[in-house]
Structure formats: structure tokens, C-alpha cells
Design a protein around this ligand. Structure first.
Ligand SMILES: [Mn+2]
Length: 371
């Protein structure tokens, strides 16, 4: 039996624009996910580590970062790491993999325009990979894949998007299911999609491992993993292992489901965690007296999370019909409604929404409801 660790899409060097000081912590977490990956490979005593593209976010990463990454991968020795250049770190003239830091690294093997298969006779295994030579490409990374029958086990790496009907652009090295089915591989290690996903076809196991440290809300909770792959004569088994630090969650909340404002706050608080980034998307119709806007919620609850963003753009305020005739002029309510109606009549268009909300809020308050 052989045991592999499949990873990809660390995107080391990614900036996390818009996160301010927290961006630095997120960048640190990406580096730590590589360290955790190496630690896991050592603890599990895997035979080989496969990095299926986009280890780096760009070919223009700093020398310091390249040195750190090479030092981490050297720590794997005697375990070998096979690196496939992806879309962000493609094997072009200025590829990061041509830098001097990658010379004299006997346990790091890189697929290039010339190297498309690497044999590991001790493991009875051949690994195949077609390096992406440009950031985009319309040809499948499995094109021209031919099994070399000198070993019993065969594993391919491919960095590109699965060609699912209607769901892909076709510019990122599309891979088709039938190519996986026809590959004759014991396993196909896919990279590019940041979510962990099973694309096994007709008995050929193929997976995206996803980004080991989540990089955006779009990746959601299906990232933060690497895969342990065990292969023997009868089967290939794939196991997910968490290496990521931060959890990026999105929750959609219909405000009508809550009777009181406090219940809505409690619902958001359920996800409270110092390593969670939460995006709470509010929708529906809220009573005028509820102050559950983006600023208030984020301000009140943000300390409970690593990062909290409240999106209230789809929230609308319910409007109550208010008629002055229902309230005598001698009551405070009657006076208030008449005063506001008078002001509304002479208001310029910009003032109207503010006055209308003030009327609604004042009405709710004077009716004895909480504001
Ligand atoms: Mn990619």
C-alpha cells in the first residue's frame, strides 16, 4: 500500500485586501497551513506529498517567502514533494519555480515544460503532471497523458476547472469527466477549485482537495483541508484532514423568523468564535423599531468574532398606516402626527425618507412599543 498527501491552492503570498491589520494574521495563517500540512505528512509517514498547483499566489512573490516555503518543504525529507505549477504560479519564463531557491532541493520535484512524469521505483509508482505554462489555457491538463507501464501504481496531478456543463468558463484548463474515467490512474489529484470536492468517474478516484486555509467567504466551509490518499491493488481511499485555522461562514437570516430583536442577536452569537469570520446576510421585513442595521450589529458583536460583516441591504422596514384622524389633537400622539405631517408636506425630497422613518419610530414609541 502507498500513502499520499494531496494538497493544492495554498496561494502563499495572497494579500487579503480590505482586512487591514487582520490581513496580516490571515497571511500568517496561510503560512501556518503549509506548516500544518508538512507536520501531518510527517506524523502520518506518507510516502509522497502532491501539490497540485497554486502553491504560490503569484510568480512575483518575495524572495523571503520563497525561502520560507522551500525550508518548510525541505523539512519533509526524506519524503518527496511533487509540485505542479498551476495558474497563479504557472511555469512561464518568470516562474517562481525557476528561482535559485529551488536548486539543490533533492526532495522537491517540479513538473515543467519538459518533465511530465516522475517515477518512484521504490514505491512502484509513477506520478504524471502537465505544468500549466500560462495563467490561462483552454487545453486540458490531462491532454497527452500516457501511462508508462513500468510501475504498478499511477497517479496524475492536474490543475484546472472541471468542465461541468454550463458551470465553467473554459479558460482555466478545463478537465472533462471522461478524461478522468479513461485515464487508468489509481488517483487524480486535482487543483484550482478552492472547495474540497469529489469528481471520481467510473471507478477512478479524483478529488479537489480545496484550499488548505480558506481564502474567501465563497469557499465557505468546504475548504481548510488536505487529503490523505491510500492506494493498494484493490482500492483507493481518500480521507479529509483539517489543517486550516479560520472558519469562514455565511448565514442567511430572515428577520421575520424572530419575534424580538434580541433573538436575532442571539442567533448571530451562536456562531461566536475567535477564529470565525462570519458574514450575516439579513433579509425580510423588519419592524420599524428594530435597529438591526449593519453598523449597530457589527459594532455590538464584532468582538465575539475574528471578523464580522453584516449585510442588511436586502432588509426592508415594515410601514404602518398612520392616520391623524384616529388621534385627537389634544393628545401627544395627535400633536406628534400632525407636526410630522406638516413637516413632510414642506420637506425637500432628500429629507422625506428621514422624516417618514421618524414618524414611524415616534409612532411606535408613543404606542408603548420598545424602540
Ligand atoms: Mn488556479
Amino acid at each position: 500500500m502507498i500513502k499520499l498527501l494531496h494538497t493544492a491552492d495554498h496561494q502563499l503570498g495572497v494579500k487579503f485586501v480590505g482586512f487591514g491589520e487582520k490581513g496580516r494574521q490571515l497571511r500568517q495563517a496561510v503560512k501556518e497551513s503549509l506548516k500544518a500540512t508538512v507536520d501531518l505528512a510527517l506524523a502520518e509517514a506518507v510516502d509522497l506529498v502532491l501539490i497540485a498547483g497554486d502553491l504560490f499566489d503569484s510568480n512575483a512573490v518575495s524572495k523571503k517567502l520563497v525561502n520560507e516555503v522551500v525550508a518548510e518543504l525541505k523539512r519533509l525529507a526524506p519524503i518527496t514533494a511533487c509540485i505542479l505549477p498551476g495558474t497563479h504560479d504557472c511555469y512561464n519564463a518568470s516562474s517562481v519555480y525557476r528561482r535559485p531557491e529551488f536548486r539543490d532541493t533533492p526532495n522537491i520535484h517540479i513538473f515543467t515544460d519538459e518533465i511530465r512524469s516522475i517515477a518512484f521505483p521504490d514505491l512502484d509508482l509513477t506520478v504524471y503532471g502537465r505544468a500549466n505554462l500560462n495563467p490561462t489555457g483552454t487545453e486540458s491538463p490531462l491532454t497527452g497523458l500516457e501511462k508508462i507501464e513500468e510501475t504498478d501504481y499511477h497517479v496524475a496531478m492536474a490543475h484546472g476547472e472541471m468542465a461541468i456543463e454550463g458551470k465553467f468558463a473554459g479558460d482555466y484548463y478545463p478537465v472533462e469527466g471522461r478524461e478522468i474515467a479513461a485515464s487508468g490512474m489509481n488517483y487524480v489529484a486535482l487543483g484550482h477549485w478552492h472547495r474540497c470536492a469529489d469528481f471520481s468517474q467510473d471507478g477512478v478516484k479524483a478529488f479537489y482537495c480545496g484550499a488548505p486555509e480558506t481564502l474567501s467567504f465563497e469557499e465557505g466551509e468546504d475548504s481548510g483541508y488536505v487529503l490523505l490518499v491510500s492506494i493498494d491493488e484493490s482500492a483507493t481511499r481518500v480521507e479529509k484532514r483539517r489543517v486550516g485555522k479560520y472558519l469562514w461562514k455565511t448565514v442567511n437570516l430572515e428577520v421575520e423568523a424572530f419575534e424580538r430583536e434580541e433573538e436575532l442577536l442571539q442567533e448571530i452569537k451562536k456562531h461566536a468564535d475567535p477564529n470565525t469570520l462570519l458574514r450575516a446576510r439579513l433579509s425580510g421585513l423588519k419592524p420599524v423599531t428594530w435597529d438591526v442595521g449593519e453598523e449597530r450589529l457589527a459594532g455590538e458583536l464584532e468582538d465575539l468574532f475574528f471578523h464580522l460583516e453584516v449585510i442588511a441591504g436586502e432588509l426592508t422596514t415594515s410601514i404602518e398606516p398612520i392616520r391623524a384622524a384616529d388621534f385627537p389633537e389634544t393628545t401627544i400622539m395627535g400633536q406628534f402626527i400632525r407636526l410630522m405631517e406638516k413637516r413632510l408636506k414642506t420637506a425637500i425630497p432628500d429629507e422625506k425618507p428621514v422624516l417618514e422613518e421618524a414618524l414611524q419610530r415616534g409612532f411606535a414609541l408613543l404606542s408603548g412599543r420598545e424602540a
